[in-house]
Design a protein around this ligand. Structure first.
Ligand code: ATP
Length: 666
């Protein structure tokens, strides 16, 4: 069936500033074409005009710019020509203005000829006068003269408009440049409304933040006891952990006005604008008090002052920050306004901003743990059509180190993958593919690799997996793959131990051995050193440097940390002496060599199994912990776990026996 034509098309014509320019140009062009509506003078020549002068019909000759003569006839002559012969070319001469024009060769000759013609006319009183003018009245000339100006004015307007659109916000007026573009949250809009139900996990953060809302709503309760209402709270955490989402939920749940603005909205190319916007923001907030102001990405203005002095842009940012400091806790108190702010980098914020009295509270919004990840999955899987046997706990376990935003992305990516494969529901495999894709990048199955190269990759990955499997301090291996993704040819995945809050030198040393395992397996099997281990080497060297210079894990260097949390130190000078630098290098080398020896021992002892695993990898491309277990037996971590459980249960039996025997003894 042919598609029905939509005749009721609504033509949505919106006013555009450029229309005014278009109209002006159109008027100018039209005027130059059609003039004032007068009829045009007739093109004449000197002979005709001479005859008219002799007849006493010419009243005035106006010579313009020494080259054009405009001829004005007497009223009687005009009348007689207009009423005269139908075929005469002067029948339609204009009634007003000049009636004829002609081009002259020279003014002197014209002057002489006119005088002769007057004399020839024989009239006693010839009315003719000759006037000379210099004129540039033609519209096209004017247009040409004005065009550069119009052009410049146009460009000027364009710049002013785009600057004020970027700056002034509402109204797009340059005068609004100093106004803050804070958005007031419309909590009655059901499409935009976010509630705490949409924010999974973050239990402590929610409690803290709701308490702040409570301060505003029941301020008197606190004041009666003499407590001061906090001025602000800073949400700190890695990207994508839900800081903005939490703030949106506060806006949705709190029954107070909520103004939201981003730190970068204060930044403008004009000097003084940032400070004026801060002032304006607080002015707006005070009018709405009690209310909450939310500044997202506050590090855009709140960076510590005094660094990089000398760059002019810095002064402007400092002024903005100073204004913020004054507004938050200055001479004029802003009662009833609580400032919430979010940042990824609390370490670079100015100390004055962080002190009590400004941001009294710092709320940590960290990466979610396994339980929180499960809750986040629950939130984001609400709208996705799922296969019945999707285990959310399993998904949460597969996504260690993922932020809320990553999890939202996994859910969406899984749905996209399922749709691409024409599935009706999203299955577990789609989630696994989505996770792999997010961590490793796009699969590059078509990457051309020889069989020997593929085997070397398989041996490399099997080496990592074996060492990690055999060391109880390593994270449990989840799967090993030789599917190329992004820049890597293969990968060994492990699940970080969730309960491990305290990282010891033993854990890091085991990790180093695991990282070096790949390269050693290649070395043992092929006797060559591959360049493919670059990222392993880089990461392990970095970790070792951190162990020695930051965590004080080397006995030789001692309990000293050269870590610079504030990032104030320049990169050219070292905070230690040349001797210490040599000692640090020595310690790094020692630790790495020890890890290397440890890994090599494991690999040499299990090389036949590594080859077996490599064969399996070449066959299956991806193998899981069950497959590894079938080759290597139970992992060191599971053995340790089993032992711990055994010890625990024997302890509890001992306790129960004692408890049971006690009453008997009594
Ligand atoms: P950034 O610091 O980069 O601005 P952020 O911490 O402000 O990041 P949000 O913008 O709040 O991160 O989160 C991004 C998205 O991640 C949210 O829109 C939401 O879909 C998802 N998300 C993050 N955390 C959670 C959570 N706890 N529960 C549900 N969804 C979450």
């Amino acid at each position: 069936m042919a598609k029905k034509k939509n005749n009721n098309k609504i033509i949505n014509i919106r006013f555009n500033f450029m229309w005014i320019w278009g109209a002006i140009v159109a008027i100018i062009v039209a005027y130059s074409f059609f003039g004032t509506g007068r009829s045009e003078p007739v093109a004449g020549d000197w002979n005709t005009v001479e005859q008219m002068i002799r007849n006493g019909e010419v009243e005035r000759i106006k010579v313009v710019n020494k080259n054009t003569a405009l001829v004005y006839l007497t009223d009687d002559a005009i009348k007689s020509y207009r009423n005269g012969d139908e075929n005469s070319r002067f029948k339609n001469i204009p009634e007003h203005g000049e009636q004829l024009n002609f081009t002259i060769g020279s003014v002197d000759i014209l002057d002489r000829d006119v005088k002769e013609a007057i004399a020839d006319s024989g009239l006693e009183e010839n009315p003719l006068t000759v006037e000379y003018f210099n004129e540039t009245t033609s519209w096209s000339d004017m247009l040409i003269n004005f065009l550069p100006w119009l052009f410049l004015i146009g460009i000027w307007f364009f710049f002013i408009r785009s600057m004020s659109r970027g700056a002034g916000g509402a109204g797009g007026n340059i005068m609004n440049v100093g106004k803050a573009r804070a958005q007031e949250f419309d909590k009655d809009n059901p499409n935009k409304r976010v509630t705490f139900k949409d924010v999974a996990g973050l239990a402590e953060a929610k409690v803290e933040i709701m308490e702040i809302v409570d301060f505003l709503r029941k301020a008197d309760k606190y004041r009666e006891l003499g407590a001061k209402i906090p001025k602000g709270a800073l949400l700190v955490g890695p990207p994508g952990t839900g800081k903005t989402l939490l703030a949106k939920a506060v806006a949705g749940e709190a029954n107070v006005p909520f103004l939201s603005i981003s730190g970068s909205d204060f930044v403008e190319m004009f000097v003084g604008v940032g400070a004026s916007r801060v002032r304006d923001l607080f002015e707006q907030a005070k009018q709405k008090a009690p209310c909450i102001v939310f500044i997202d990405e506050i590090d855009a203005i709140g960076r510590a002052r005094g660094k990089n002095a000398g760059f002019s842009g810095n002064d402007e940012r400092e002024n903005t920050l100073n204004q913020l400091l004054t507004e938050m806790d200055g001479f004029q108190t802003n009662t009833g306004v609580i400032v919430l702010a979010a940042t990824n980098r609390a370490d670079i914020l100015d100390k004055a901003l962080m002190r009590a009295g400004r941001f009294d509270r710092q709320i940590d919004v960290g990466l979610p743990d396994v339980k929180e990840r499960e809750e986040i999955f629950n939130v984001h899987l609400r709208h996705i059509k799922l296969d019945n046997n999707i285990d959310r706990t399993f998904l949460a376990k597969q996504t260690p180190g993922f932020s809320g935003a990553d999890i939202a992305n996994v859910c969406n990516e899984a749905a996209l993958i399922a749709a691409r494969n024409d599935k009706k529901v999203v299955e577990r495999d789609d989630f696994m593919a989505a996770i792999d894709r997010i961590v490793g990048g796009l699969e590059k199955r078509n990457k051309t690799m020889s069989q020997a190269e593929r085997r070397a990759t398989a041996i490399h990955e099997a080496g990592h997996a074996t060492v990690m499997w055999m060391l109880e301090d390593c994270d449990p291996v989840l799967k090993v793959t030789v599917i190329p993704r992004g820049n890597s040819l293969g990968a060994t995945w492990s699940v970080p131990d969730e309960e491990r809050v305290h990282v010891t030198n033993e854990v890091l040393e085991a990790k180093l051995a695991g990282m070096l395992g790949g390269r050693i397996a290649e070395e043992v099997n092929y006797g060559t050193l591959g360049a493919g281990a670059l990222s392993d080497l880089e990461r392990s060297t970095k970790i070792t440097y951190a162990m020695v210079a930051f965590y004080g894990m080397s006995k030789k260097i001692g309990p000293i940390s050269y870590y610079d949390s504030a990032g104030t130190r320049d990169t050219f000078t070292k905070p230690f002496s040349e001797q210490t630098a040599i000692a640090i290098d020595g310690e790094v080398r020692r630790i790495l060599e020890e890890a290397y020896a440890r890994a090599r021992e494991i690999i040499e002892a299990n090389n036949d199994k590594i080859n077996q695993m490599a064969d399996m990898l070449l066959d299956k491309e991806t193998i899981y912990s069950e497959d590894i277990e079938s080759i290597l037996g139970p992992s060191a971590q599971s053995k340790k776990e089993a032992e711990e459980k055994k010890a625990e249960s024997s302890q509890t039996t001992e306790q129960t026996t004692t408890e049971n025997t006690n009453p008997k003894n009594e």
